[in-house]
Design a protein around this ligand. Structure first.
Ligand SMILES: [Cu+2]
Length: 511
C-alpha cells in the first residue's frame, strides 16, 4: 500500500497572514551564514533516581547576532532563549526560578500538565527582580517537546520578544523504544522559529515595531541564529520545530520538495507517522519531523524554507546507511469516553487589532470565566468569528492540559491533529471541536497565542476544581503588577506604557 504524502498546508489559504494589511514578509538575510546554535542541555544542580533539581535563571545579556554591535537580549541561563531542560517522566522536579532581570517576570511551562496557577507560571505567579520562586512537580505525561516562556500580563509579548523562550523536553520509556533519532545536538535538534527586525546598532525595538495584531520582523531567527546552516552527519535527522514567534505562521518546505515525516505534535508522539512535503505551524505549535537524507549525495545542501525564504541550510556530509521503516502505529493516545450528555462549552474568539476578545470580553485577572470538574470530559467548540478578508488564523492555546482535536466545522481534523495538542489554529469562520479534561486542579488561562492578541485581552481563565477538595486562589490584580513594573522602571505608574494596554484603552476598558 502506498501511503499518501500531503502536499498542502491544510489551513485556509486566504487567511494566511500574508493577506493581512500589517503583514511583514520575511527577507533573506545578506549576512554571512552562521553555524546553527544548539541550545545546551541544562545541567541539573543535583539528581537522584527519583528527583531532579534545576535552577532556571532569567537574565539580561548581549548576543552576537549580526556582524558589528551585539544585540541586547534576554534569556534563561544564557543571554538569549534558554538552555534545554529535560523532564524525565515519573521523576519529581524541584526548580528554583530566579529572576535576575530588572523587571518582574513569570516562568510558564507551555504544554506541561501541572497544577495552576502558580506552578503553571502564568500571570498569577510573578517573580520580582532579585527574587527566586521555588516549584516542585511530578512529571506525569508522555514524551513531548514543550517550552518555557515568560507570561506576565500584559507584557508577555514584549518579554518573549526580548528572548525569554526555552525548550523543555519530556522523556519516557515509550518514546525511547521507538526508532527515532535521539542524539541531542547531532541527529535530534530543536528549531525555534522566530523573527525580528534589527534597528540601529543591531538592536531590537519592540515599541517601534508594535502592532496590536502581533509584532513581526523581516529577519528569521532560528535558535537565536541569523542565516544558519547545520552539518548533517547522519542519514536521518529529527527536527523538533517550535513556532516561537509572536505572530508569524511558518509555511515550511524543503528544497526540491523533499518529503518528511511528522512523528509528534504539541503533546507528544502521534498515533501514526504522517508524511508531508509542506507543513504550516501557527504560533506556539510544535511538530517533530524526521527528514531522511538517504537519497541526497554528500556535499549537497538541502534548504528549509518558509514561503520562498531560506531558514536553515542543511549541509549533507558522509553518513552511515540508516534505512528505517517507521511502524504504522507509534503510540496509543488517551481518549476519554464521550456520551450524549457530555457538556459542550462554546468559546468565541472575535475581533482584530485592539478589538480582540474572548467570549465578548477582554481578559480580567481576577475573573474566573469557567469551571470544569477535574477528571470530567467536556467538548469545547472554539469559534473564530473573523471573516476571510481581514481576519487571521487564531492559534487557541490552553494551559494545564493536553486536548484532542475532534473536528473542524464538522469535518475530520487535519491528518497531523490526531495526537495530543495544547494549541490549535482556528481558521476565520471556523469552529474547531476539541475534547478537554484536566488532571490537576488550578486556575488556568486559555487564549489566542498571537501574543499581542493575548496581551490585548483575547484570553480568559478556567478553574479546574475538585468538589471534594475545594481551594481558594490568590489571584494577582493588574494594579499590583503595574505599580511594581512602574517602580522597577523608576517612573510614575501614570506614565507606564505596556503594549497590551492600548487594546483596553481604545475599547474604553480598564485592564
Ligand atoms: Cu489571535
Amino acid at each position: 500500500m502506498t501511503k499518501s504524502i500531503y502536499t498542502d498546508y491544510f489551513f485556509d489559504e486566504p487567511a494566511y497572514n500574508t493577506h493581512d494589511g500589517g503583514y511583514v514578509p520575511l527577507e533573506e538575510p545578506t549576512t554571512p551564514e552562521q553555524p546553527l546554535r544548539i541550545p545546551p542541555l541544562l545541567k541539573p544542580d543535583k539528581e537522584t533516581a527519583t528527583d531532579t533539581y534545576y535552577t532556571v535563571e532569567a537574565q539580561a545579556g548581549e548576543t552576537q547576532l549580526l556582524p558589528g554591535k551585539k544585540t541586547k537580549t534576554w534569556g534563561y541561563n544564557g543571554s538569549l532563549l534558554g538552555q534545554t531542560i529535560v523532564f524525565a517522566k515519573g521523576k519529581t522536579m524541584h526548580i528554583d526560578l530566579k529572576n535576575s532581570l530588572p523587571e518582574l517576570t513569570t516562568f510558564h511551562w507551555h504544554g506541561l500538565n501541572v497544577p495552576g496557577p502558580y506552578t503553571d507560571g502564568g500571570c498569577h505567579a510573578p517573580v520580582y527582580p532579585g527574587k527566586t520562586r521555588h516549584i516542585d512537580f511530578k512529571v506525569d505525561q508522555p514524551a513531548a517537546t514543550l517550552w518555557l516562556h515568560a507570561h506576565p500580563c500584559p507584557s508577555t509579548a514584549e518579554q518573549v520578544w526580548h528572548g525569554l523562550a526555552g525548550l523543555a523536553l519530556v522523556t519516557d520509556d515509550v518514546e525511547a523504544k521507538l526508532p527515532f533519532p535521539r542524539h541531542y545536538g547531532v541527529d535530534d535538534i530543536p528549531l525555534v522559529l522566530q523573527d525580528r527586525r534589527f534597528h540601529e546598532d543591531n538592536q531590537w525595538d519592540y515599541d517601534a515595531d508594535y502592532d496590536p495584531d502581533g509584532v513581526q520582523g523581516p529577519t528569521a531567527m532560528i535558535n537565536g541564529t541569523i542565516n544558519p546552516y547545520f552539518d548533517v552527519t547522519t542519514q536521518r535527522l529529527r527536527l523538533r520545530i517550535l513556532d516561537g514567534a509572536n505572530r508569524r505562521e511558518w509555511r515550511l518546505h524543503f528544497s526540491d520538495d523533499l518529503p518528511f515525516t511528522q512523528v509528534a505534535s504539541d503533546g507528544g508522539v502521534l498515533p501514526s507517522p504522517v508524511e508531508f512535503t509542506h507543513l504550516m505551524l501557527t504560533c506556539a505549535e510544535r511538530a517533530e519531523i524526521i527528514v531522511d537524507f538517504g537519497k541526497i549525495q554528500p556535499g549537497k545542501t538541502v534548504t528549509l524554507y518558509s514561503d520562498d525564504v531560506p531558514l536553515v541550510r542543511f549541509r549533507v556530509h558522509d553518513f552511515a546507511a540508516d534505512d528505517v521503516t517507521l511502524p504504522e502505529h507509534l503510540v496509543d493516545i488517551p481518549d476519554p469516553e464521550v456520551t450524549p450528555d457530555t457538556p459542550v462549552r462554546k468559546v468565541v474568539m472575535s475581533g482584530m487589532d485592539e478589538a480582540v476578545m474572548m467570549d465578548g470580553k477582554k481578559f480580567e485577572m481576577q475573573r474566573i470565566d469557567a469551571r470544569q470538574k477535574v477528571g470530567n470530559v467536556e467538548l469545547w467548540d472554539i469559534t473564530n468569528t473573523n471573516d476571510m478578508d481581514g481576519g487571521m488564523v487564531h492559534p487557541f492555546h490552553m494551559h494545564g492540559t493536553q486536548f484532542r482535536v475532534l473536528s473542524r466545522n464538522g469535518h475530520e481534523p487535519y491528518a497531523n491533529e490526531h495526537g495530543l495538542k495544547d494549541t490549535v489554529g482556528v481558521n476565520p469562520g471556523e469552529t474547531v471541536r476539541i475534547k478537554v479534561w484536566f488532571e490537576h486542579t488550578g486556575v488556568y488561562m486559555y487564549h489566542c497565542h498571537i501574543i499581542e492578541h493575548e496581551d490585548g485581552g483575547m484570553m480568559a481563565q478556567i478553574e479546574a476544581y475538585d468538589p471534594d477538595n475545594p481551594k481558594t486562589y490568590k489571584l494577582m490584580d493588574m494594579d499590583t503588577l503595574m505599580n511594581a513594573i512602574a517602580e522597577e522602571r523608576g517612573i510614575d505608574v501614570k506614565d507606564l506604557r505596556l503594549a497590551g494596554m492600548s487594546s483596553y484603552e481604545k475599547m474604553g476598558m480598564k485592564m
